[in-house]
Design a protein around this ligand. Structure first.
Ligand SMILES: [Zn+2]
Length: 147
């Protein structure tokens, strides 16, 4: 199956939670290992845990796998524990495909940098417009400040 197929699946999963994550964007994550989907999740209704954390927990052994995420993984540690970027690295994920960069000024590009610095292959921009449209309010809020 193609990258596009898996990202479309991540978007479809995220769609099931739209409007239920409060101020947080609803993000979808699909983890594929050896061509098999081993984990998939969206942002929980409260905004936590994030999609990546849940999908990794489902996947179990995710070494060498590819993660498809509809928004750049977070890189800041929160009170709950490690950031999603750190979790993906710790799990041994080999490649992360990201639909769109996080527009938040304190987050944009940081997750991507952290993943790449750890040797993870990162590809950004697959189905970007679809991902932006899903969380249009979230993107409008932060992207508007650049204009
Ligand atoms: Zn996260």
């Amino acid at each position: 199956m193609s990258d596009t197929f898996h990202m479309q699946r991540a978007l479809a999963i995220a769609a099931t939670g739209l409007g239920r994550t409060g101020e947080n964007p609803c993000v979808g994550c699909t983890i594929v290992r050896d061509g098999v989907i081993v984990g998939e999740a969206r942002t929980a209704d409260t905004g936590r845990p994030h999609a990546e954390e849940q999908a990794l927990a489902q996947a179990g052994d995710a070494r060498g796998a590819t993660a498809y995420v509809t928004l750049e993984p977070c890189a800041k540690r929160t009170s709950g524990g490690a950031s999603c970027s750190d979790l993906l690295i710790a799990a041994g994920i080999a490649r992360v495909v990201i639909a769109i960069r996080d527009p938040h000024p304190f987050a944009a590009g940081i997750g991507i940098e952290r993943l790449r610095a750890a040797g993870v292959q990162v590809d950004v921009g697959l189905l970007e417009e679809e991902a932006r449209a899903q969380n249009a309010d979230f993107f409008a809020k932060y992207e508007a400040k650049d204009r």
